[in-house]
Design a protein around this ligand. Sequence first.
Ligand code: PEP
Ligand code: MG
Length: 893
Amino acid sequence: GTGARTWVYDFSEGSKDQRDLLGGKGANLAEMTNLGLPVPPGFTITTDACRYYLEHGSTPPELADQVTEHLRTLEQAMGKTLGDADDPLLVSVRSGAAASMPGMMETVLNVGLNDDSVQGLARQSGSERFAWDSYRRLIQMFGKTVLGIDGELFEHALDEVKAEQGTELDLDLDAGHLADVVRRFKAIVAEQCGRDFPMDPREQMDMAINAVFDSWNSDRAVIYRRRERIPSDAGTAVNVCAMVFGNLGEDSGTGVAFTRDPGSGAQGVYGDYLQNAQGEDVVAGIRNTVPLADLEAIDRSAYEELMQTMSRLESHYRDLCDIEFTIERNKLWMLQTRVGKRTAGAAFVIATQLVDEGLIDMDEAVRRVTGDQLAQLMFPRFVSGGDAQQLTQGMNASPGAAVGKAVFSSEEAVAWEKRGEAVVLVRRETNPDDLSGMIAAQGVLTSRGGKTSHAAVVARGMGKTCVCGAEELQVDTKNRQFTAPDGTVVREGDVISIDGSTGKVWLGEVPVEPSSVVRYFEGELDPDAEDADDLVRSVHRILAHADEVRRLGVRTNADTPEDSARARRFGAEGIGLCRTEHMFLGDRRQLVEKLILAEGDDERQAALDALEPLQKQDFLEIFEAMDGLPVTVRLLDPPLHEFLPDLTELSVRVAVAEAKGHADEGTLRLLTAVRRLHESNPMLGLRGVRLGLVVPGLFAMQVRAIAEAASECREAGGDPRPEIMIPLVGAVQELEAIREESEQVLADVCESHGVDVRALIGTMIEVPRAALTADEIAPSAEFFSFGTNDLTQMTWGFSRDDVEAAFFHAYLDKGIFGVSPFESLDREGVGRLVEIAVEGGRRARPELKLGVCGEHGGDPDSVHFFHAVGLDYVSCSPFRVPVARLEAARAAL
Ligand code: PEP
Ligand code: MG
């Protein structure tokens, strides 16, 4: 009638493009049916019907009639009637959502069997045992999934019968024993439900369909969806399909197969076969399967048909497919196919193989791989667990595999590394002073802090393995040891292994292999060499194509010559953020202390004069490494307290000294200054441009060092391209003040050297007010770079340093966000501010250069956003550079 909705589709009516409506399984069964492949007939009840059911608590009124109609078509195709006493049609009722949710929802097989039709099945199949076994399987599955009976009750009853027969094997039970099992199962149903197992085949089918709908909201499905970020209101489709049997004898069987090796991508089919068995037997691993190749000897014609079918599927889907099939009395049936999951390495290899086979083009190859897969390929890997003892599992903060001797301070890490020892730095938590130790160590292990803790962020930036928040470990840095939950004490010098991809920590050495992809990026492996491996060759081809199609530039965040050079090898087109703060730590910290404590201009100038040549040298080396490419130097930004001694520690020191009657003048002065500068939330305190405005001469000194370094570089025949970036600006007036001062310094240096060193002057946009007033700021800035770390912090009001440990896990659990906004850009909020600033900035200054240098610059999803809003470039840590190149291309396609 008019307006009546279609809730049911025959397999011959759908296609693979209807996943949302028919679910993945239904859409692919339809596709195979229309390809003329041997799929048992059946129909699909749509996800729409499921959503209706979940909303109304009952099925749509038209559903029953539509099911009847499609069931009739199915019965005609099979020449049998559902549950017929003489020759029953049996069906399977299976779930199948649009997104793959393996094993999360329900399936009921052998629907249509009852006390009468079991006799008919026995006659038709010629096997009483088979018929009674099928019947007991139905009651067991139906009882558990449809009627909600505890599955163990059935298992116990089955075990009892086996025990009475003195066996442990199902196969030793004959038809009579299985009929006895059926009697006991039916008694369990009656006792548990207060009603008999339904004998009406259609009632069985309808109940099974509703049970599949209900299983959408089972606990495990809900948890799985939350973790995989699958929408909770999508619903599942239900596939009703004629049963075929792989357990009718030695001429029957069942198997799973891939059209290529999903582990390596190697060509050639790959799979397992199990003779005289049904699908669940393979999954349950009850009996041993044989390699698919053995099927050729068992059943040559079925094997050949299977091979043809698989090659047909691959060229049709133009991708690796995985399949499930059954052979019933030498006849092949296809039960399922889908584009198969694969490892990261296989994804790259298969993509270029398909290009070479003419099935896809290079654009499509770039779409077929992801930045996350590339990132996975760049980490060294543990080969296997070996016999090392696992101590605990923390948070997987920065992937990779690190083995080394445990050390408990940054100084020790540096000293041991100098002696040629591989070390793992173990700390309760890290702070900026640990940087040198982190650089020296193979990896970092902390017992506190989450994935945005200092250790995690810095480690990811360096591509250094890090496990953080391993709370079960008691780290005692004073005694240089930690204690594992089982009481094992690990002392300085003991070898440990940490896996930054899983968070696992072992005592002892787990063997590691380096990443061939990184060796290729480093220039150590030639992709064109005869013996180059397939993976390296594929990565090379795909990234070369990515560079041709992307619009976004890719720069790096680097503040050492070594990182700059490496990023350049990895494809960076300049530096988007050179943080100058670490240039003030270590030995230079005393100079900074002097600067802060300076009384009067002379003392201050002396401190600045001492710092300037050191700064100049830093910049010189970086300009050389990035010769011909832009280098954005950010003037000093960190909160002041990072340069000053800890207040509590200093107070204690003074108190002790006073008690002994010899507190010295210098320490007392330091204490007074530290007290005066102490801030309860230093992230919102005296940092960035505020510091530049409050400490006279500081920014001018940095600008002079930049200009002097650039001049020298130029005089030596180089091509330095400095850009000066002012952090934490919220109002154009702040920028203006620093800008004037900087321009003056630049002019002075140019004049004294007689060279024309141009430097763009721009600002970070990382305070919400700056984003909102971008049109006022742009006339004073030649470029904007979005500092999305601070912008996220200030937009959400989340402290970058504390939030993970404090409450992020609760937010993630409750689904307030699926991923931390510090990891992946919050498009609606922070992203909105970025859009406003892009629009305002470009309106006021059309040629304004726009980039981003927060952590998000290397996050795949965020890269797509930055492409869409029209930034000129993203900047990220050296190890993320290839990832950003790839994702920028995927965003452009
Ligand atoms: C930012 O805030 O996004 C940024 C890049 O600066 P930092 O992380 O150094 O504060
Ligand atoms: Mg910042």
